[in-house]
Ligand binder design. Sequence first.
Ligand SMILES: *Cc1c(COP(=O)(O)O)cnc(C)c1O
Length: 360
Amino acid sequence: MTVKTSRSAQAIIDLGACRHNLAIAKKASPGSRCFAIIKANAYGHGMEKIAHALAEADAFGVATVNEALQLREAGISKAILLLEGFTSLDELSLAREFNFESVIHHESQIQLLEQDKGTSLELVLKIDSGMHRLGFAVDEVSQAIQRLTKMNHKLKLMTHLANADDKHDDKTIRQLETFYQSIKSNTDFEVSIANSAGILGWPQAHAEWNRPGILLYGVSPFLHDSAETHQLKPVMTLSSQLISVKKLKKGDTIGYGGTYSCEKDMTVGVVAIGYGDGYPRHAKTGTPVLVNNKICHLLGRVSMDMICVDLSEQPEAKVNDAVVLWGNGLAIEKIAESAETIAYELLCGVTSRVEFIYRD
Ligand SMILES: *Cc1c(COP(=O)(O)O)cnc(C)c1O
């Protein structure tokens, strides 16, 4: 049994904002179709809800076979791409049974297909154009294409960009050159290159298929641009409330380790959120927090269930007042920066203790 208590950290998920963000991706690259990337529980937002909301997506992309099965069980009938493909004959037969497209990034997967000798599958050959994570090396590409087409599988070609988040890094241009050189005369195949940063920042990377991920959730894929610059709207707003307001004296220290010492007599609020909810423990003193829609700042260390904030600017704040940790009115990129991480990790890290509320 779960009771509706006063302590409730909530993640409000705006499905309309998610649809809006997909429309931004389509507008930026009008000739392309989209694999909407909803791996890792749709970057922490709830994969099934997001999949149902994104009727305009041409297909979905997930990391694991289990994620793809969960989508089929939830009644999603669109094409689903397994971004890492299969790792065994069992997974391969599941891909066939449930009609998943598979990335083929390694020789061992071609061997499984040769053993399996089954009916034709939709496959996406992944080429390593310079990220050096998954994919066939340039000099292996022709042979891989030959072996796959000989078995009558249907093929697309893809690569992944390593540095597209920096619009001034010419690594992206070099990756594009390497990719197109590697596929040489194989121009009949549809191609997929761009992630979110590729879609919004690198028109040269647009192809038949794009793969938007983080932008769907209203987060800027770039190091230096805000989400607003690209008209993206935040999908998740993480909120909670004040559970204590108190006056402290100059010299009082706050929280574990007493890392913050009051510079003056001040009003301090305690917010019911902590790393047990997915708020990052490494957020520093000074990290912005919205209390009653006004910016205030984190003080001292983040605990498991609580953080302390400076209410000097709003001593009238009281218990139960609304607090926003990120989302509407407070860009998650700022919190990520202050915690020396990226918004992707914060979104994926919201824990099951947080109540998810969907708005449409
Ligand atoms: C996760 C992922 C994406 C989406 O990347 P974003 O930066 O979130 O847009 C695209 N392609 C592949 C292969 C991925 O693994």
